[in-house]
Design a binder for this molecule. Sequence first.
Ligand code: HEC
Length: 133
Amino acid sequence: MSRVLWWTVPLALAGMVSGLSAAQGQSGPAANGEQKANAGANAQQDRSSRSPDEALFVEKCAMCHRRMGMGTVLLARRMNPALAPLEARTDLTVDYIKTVARQGMGNMPPVRRGELSDAQLERIAAYLAKSKQ
Ligand code: HEC
């Protein structure tokens, strides 16, 4: 048994080390550079904002409602995909946005007051309704 062990240990270690460096490679600078070059296929989501209200939208809604978000993907199935991101819409009213946010819709879970106050929702709804005019 000890004869078997003494040579399997370095082999196992070598396996772990190469597994580790492969994992590190994925988050390293080379992989990030590749992602930018490849923006269409593998892009990270745009989290930028130019106003506090937009920043709130980014924090609370954008993971689903900017590009590649579940909301955008699902809405694109039943409408012009170019208008699937909420920020591209021209038909959403403040009241409609607030109602959907509180009640949920299809695969969108209701957003509770504990996560998003009425005042915050008001700001997001105004931001989304304004970006249309
Ligand atoms: C967990 C993901 C998720 C989050 C977070 C989310 N939504 Fe949604 N939202 C969806 C999905 C999915 C749909 C499409 C529902 C369907 O058609 O089944 C949707 C639909 C909507 C619609 C309806 C659009 C239409 O054409 O009728 C509005 C308005 C909306 N969301 C607003 C918001 C706002 C405002 C926030 C942030 C406070 C938010 N959502 C956060 C997933 C999300």
